[in-house]
Design a binder for this molecule. Structure first.
Ligand SMILES: Nc1ncnc2c1ncn2[C@@H]1O[C@H](COP(=O)(O)OP(=O)(O)OP(=O)(O)O)[C@@H](O)[C@H]1O
Ligand SMILES: [Mg+2]
Length: 343
């Protein structure tokens, strides 16, 4: 079934000009979404276990949990394709729990699908419920009963970002799969696959930059690459940082260095440049400062204070406080806390 490098459907009936149009406008996260389990990157243990279900022609209810862009939806769709083959769409349904939060969606749509018998030779269907953590507790209780009643004809795959929001009785009825944020190796592999197909030149530094901005989210990584590729075939780190409105790690380090050195005016103008000239969102900067401070060689006392200040500013911004003054006040605190004893 494997054909390199990707398994892109082509029935042969689509007119050439439409294919050409799709080629140039296709969104890469869809174009390069793995079609088979084998092509999913960086979640080996999960993929192996899912493939063993296909081999045995049997599976329990599943709960996929993990951060955005780590392959949950991709794995559910690929699993259904492998179980059901060509007619997979007859036996697979995807619903998004956050579209219609509440009990009705469970009562009606899910039941409707779950109770009708499977198509073809299959003994069950698969219902994929995305963002299951958006369901209210009542809706989850109703879902739990539906899962039991129709277990013969329908297997559920629930997907969520936070498994703690799923009620225990559902968790105990599912095999739980935790999708990990994707590491540098996984991001590199995807970037190289796409670059080879699109004739892009990417260096190790570009992969570092994509890994830095993506933070384990493959969707972000692919979107960053596609955004940069509009600017030119030879991708550079500044293109990646510009397209994602992210500060370069060195710029963040400079800002911290200036604060540690007690240079409030210098740090303030570096901050202004990032916020206003480069258009970086204040909360994005806070996230980046946090990641830099964690890694940095500073005394624990100072780290604790700086992170406390970051948390306070983040909260104030989320409550709608003016961002310029809050960010300047954050830098003022950095200067104050670091004083002369930065180590
Ligand atoms: N492990 C992976 N291997 C290869 N590509 C991946 C992987 N994870 C994500 N992707 C890519 O990122 C895109 C988004 O992935 P997917 O829709 O599976 O994320 P998700 O985990 O369901 O995220 P969300 O929680 O936001 O629904 C896919 O189209 C695919 O191209
Ligand atoms: Mg998803």
């Amino acid at each position: 079934m494997k054909s390199s490098p990707f398994h892109i459907d082509s029935s042969g009936t689509i007119p050439e000009d439409i294919i050409a149009m799709e080629e140039s406008h296709a969104i890469w996260i869809e174009k390069y979404r793995p079609r088979v389990l084998e092509d999913i990157i960086g979640q080996q243990e999960i993929i192996e276990r899912l493939r063993s279900y296909v081999a045995k022609r049997e599976m329990p209810h599943l709960l996929f949990t993990g951060n955005a862009g780590t392959g949950k939806t991709t794995a559910a769709v690929a699993l259904a394709r492998e179980f059901f083959g060509e007619d997979w769409q007859m036996n697979f349904r995807e619903l998004n729990a956050s579209d219609e939060r509440g009990i009705d969606v469970v009562r009606n749509q899910i039941k409707q699908f779950a109770r009708t018998s499977p198509f073809g030779a299959s003994t069950f269907k698969i219902l994929f419920l995305d963002e299951a953590d958006a369901l209210t507790t009542d809706a989850q209780s109703a879902l739990r009963r539906t899962m039991e009643t129709y277990a013969q004809t329908c297997r559920f795959i629930l997907s969520c970002n936070y498994s703690a929001k799923i009620i225990d009785p559902i968790q105990s009825r599912c095999a739980i799969y935790r999708f990990r944020p994707l590491g540098r190796h996984a991001v590199a592999e995807m970037v190289q696959r796409i670059s080879a197909d699109q004739n892009l030149t990417v260096s190790e530094e570009v992969i570092d930059a994509i890994f830095y901005v993506a933070q384990g989210d493959m969707r972000k990584a692919i979107n960053a690459l596609q955004g940069a590729a509009i600017l030119g075939r030879e991708i550079s780190p500044p293109m990646i940082f510009a397209i994602t409105a992210t500060a370069r790690p060195e710029e963040i380090d400079d800002l911290i260095d200036l604060s540690i050195a007690g240079n409030f005016l210098g740090a303030g103008s570096a901050l202004q440049a990032l916020l206003h000239d480069r258009g970086i969102a204040p909360q994005e900067l806070i996230g980046q400062l946090y990641r830099a401070i964690i890694k940095r060689d500073l005394s624990e006392t100072i780290k604790v204070r700086l992170i406390d200040a970051l948390g306070e500013t983040d909260f104030r911004l989320s409550e709608g406080a003016g961002s310029d003054i809050q960010m300047q006040s954050l830098i003022a605190k950095f200067v104050m806390y670091c004083g002369n004893n930065s180590r």
